[in-house]
Design a protein. Sequence first.
Length: 169
Amino acid sequence: GEGEVFTSGEGGQLYRFSPKSKKLEPLGIVLPGVPGREAYNRVDAWAVSGDGVLYGGTSDGYLFRLNPQKQRADNLGKPLNQYRLRGLAFGPNGRLYGIGGDDDEMARLFSYDPVGGAYEILGMVDVNHRPYYSWQAYVIDSMAAGPDGTIYLGQAERKSKLYLFYPPS
């Protein structure tokens, strides 16, 4: 319903807060994850599609789709070998873009086509303008789409940078 908030909690369970009832309720849905790690799994990132369906990325590196009206979650698989899907945002072309990876490896960008169900691995976040500068992103913990379709990637390291990604139309 209107104004509901979704989160994850103990044992990788999904919860919903309803402003009408003012209650936090378990949905009876467990996040997709690596067997044996359920207790540690959580939602790291959310994105909302134009039709109100939620997409979530987990700390185990899985992408899932949550239909709030039907209270149903679909496991969409693991786009990267690494743990952590840290950011999700929809591009102007209708594709879902995501960033993931462990703290000690370079961040990796991917896209997901909600219609066809296909992933595309777009590679590492690397900006090379030698001889002036060359930056590689390791930990990116935020991602947002701007009104013009630009996707902003926020680095979360000691000397952080803001990266801009321009998805194809």
